[in-house]
Design a protein. Structure first.
Length: 361
């Protein structure tokens, strides 16, 4: 039996309970979690923006140590340090064949497969396939990525979502070039990681936008050269900071129609807006036919940083070892499993950066 954060139904209060976790079957891996980050996507599962199969164990951004492996597993063995990959590619669907594994048609298959049970035998499902808000989890072999040496195991949990998404948005999706200007809307864990990634890429200036004035210090610490409080005049303020033209790149990390629209309006003619945040299906974004033609901007989505975790996590680990990427500074609260509900409340209110659930060794 292991302790876990359980969501019984959309909108229901989170529960901290014990679950029955089986030994790994063929092709599966059991992982003892060292830490798990509290991501906005977990909040989206709990409030219904994303529709989970319930009852579900939440958490998808995690790192830990392999405890045991099932038959046929060859890529990892007990004792290996790993980062969880919550959206593993199947490698054989149409989109994988096109070289776009981050859009894999089967990447969420594990979310509809029972992986554990309550003590009364009720089947449980893994939130976003990982179920990282638990002392241990069982995942498919392709859902773990070996962690290179020289990176702290607990803080490495952030490589599994926030950092991979932020870094990938800059380097894989937007393909920002050194010296280009950028503006980031929303300074949660992903937004802060994106600021660090922009600094690594050599963007200038780097403008951070948020509704909370308390985020200014965090933003500047992570690479922002300028900070703006979000309001209706934000696009004009961005243009003033970029020679009157608008930013070359805008990154939207909120997932709201209004901020997507503001990000679009903050870019120059021919600029690019990359939408990183997950929004609701009933929240539209509108553009006139004339402005689409006139401004010739590009608007694109970005799934999981358009990343290939097995290739990109070693790159991120090298940035960490070299001191270019600071994982520790992204963590504003270290918490226990019992404190996850309070972390959800802070996140919904827009406070802090990343809360990290840290498990006992």
């Amino acid at each position: 039996m292991v302790r876990a954060v359980l969501l019984t139904d959309v909108g229901a209060p989170l529960q901290i309970t014990e679950i029955d976790l089986p030994e790994p079957g063929p092709g599966r891996v059991r992982v003892k979690l060292a830490a798990a980050g509290v991501c906005h996507s977990d909040l989206s599962l709990s409030n219904g923006v994303l529709r989970p199969t319930t009852p579900t164990v939440l958490g998808h951004e995690g790192a830990g140590t392999v405890v045991s492996v099932g038959e046929g597993v060859s890529s990892v063995r007990p004792g290996d340090r790993v980062v969880l990959n919550w959206a593993p590619a199947c490698g054989h669907c149409h989109l994988c064949g096109l070289g776009e594994p981050w859009l894999c048609e089967n990447q969420y298959a594990a979310t509809t497969e029972p992986y554990a049970a309550l003590p009364d035998g009720t089947a449980l499902y893994p939130g976003l396939g990982a179920a990282a808000f638990a002392e241990e989890t069982v995942v498919h072999e392709n859902a773990v990525v070996p962690l290179p040496e020289g990176v702290d195991l607990a803080s490495a949990a952030l490589l599994g979502c926030a950092v991979l998404t932020g870094y990938g948005a800059v380097h894989n999706a937007a393909r920002l070039r050194t010296g280009e200007s950028a503006v980031v809307f929303g300074l949660g864990g992903v937004g802060l990681a994106l600021l660090q990634s922009l600094r690594i890429a050599g963007a200038a200036p780097i403008i951070a936008v948020d509704v909370s004035p308390e985020k200014e210090e965090l933003a500047r610490r992570h690479g922002a050269t300028d900070f703006l409080l979000s309001d209706e005049q934000t696009p004009k303020a961005v243009r003033r900071l970029t020679g009157g033209h608008g930013a070359d790149h805008a990154f939207e990390c909120v997932g709201r129609g209004s901020t997507i629209r503001a990000a679009w309006s903050s870019t120059r003619r021919g600029g690019r807006t990359t939408v990183v945040g997950i929004g609701g299906k009933d929240d539209p974004v509108a553009f006139s036919a004339l402005e689409v033609f006139h401004f010739a901007r590009t608007l694109s989505g970005c799934c999981y940083g358009n990343s290939v975790p097995a290739k990109d996590i070693p790159v991120l680990a090298e940035h960490v070892r070299a001191g270019r990427l600071d994982l520790e500074s992204l963590i504003t609260d270290r918490i226990t499993l019992d404190q996850v509900p309070a972390a959800f409340e802070r996140m919904a209110a827009g406070h802090g950066g990343r809360s990290l659930v840290v498990f006992e060794p």
